[in-house]
Design a protein. Structure first.
Length: 159
């Protein structure tokens, strides 16, 4: 598996994988799926966007961008998406590790996740294993696709 910066040819598969997570309604805050046009603009607007690629196939991706501005602009945020058919292959871990390196290379000092859904135990265990600290719990901070409000857990790690 190779983690690399995305290229325009990757966009259709990137949008498919991203939309799969959006449509599940249990991890990303977005409710609208990306189109070819909105996806191209969305991924281009990030500080850095990378894909997990093997043998010409895209298995996952991440976006990296500032979490805030000005005096808090040294804190970045990221989102990760792995295709459902390739979960369990530790692709998410490879994406997070690359993201940590890219965050530092882009001058950020902290990577913070604002809204990790409490029931997303695989992501939470990964983040904790990689040295992220949970900042607390925000009760009812995420609205699931079915309308239920569940807790979110912010995490951070110094780079």
């Amino acid at each position: 598996m190779h983690i690399r910066a995305y290229i325009p040819d990757d966009l259709p598969e990137m949008c498919r994988i991203w939309n799969e997570v959006v449509e599940a309604g249990d991890a990303f805050p977005q409710e609208e799926c990306l189109t070819a046009e909105s996806g191209a603009a969305f991924f281009a607007a990030q500080t850095y966007t990378a894909v997990a690629e093997e043998d010409g196939r895209i298995y996952g991706l991440y976006i990296l961008h500032p979490n805030n501005v000005g005096r808090c602009g040294h804190i970045c945020n990221a989102s990760y998406a792995v295709s459902s058919e390739s979960r369990g292959r530790h692709i998410g871990e490879q994406l997070v590790l690359d993201c940590l390196a890219q965050g530092k290379a882009h001058g950020f000092r902290v990577l913070q996740f604002n809204a990790v859904v409490e029931s997303n135990v695989h992501a939470r265990h990964l983040y904790e294993r990689l040295g992220f600290e949970q900042l607390g719990t925000i009760r009812g901070g995420f609205r699931m696709k079915n309308g239920e409000y569940v807790n979110i857990c912010p995490y951070y790690r110094e780079l």
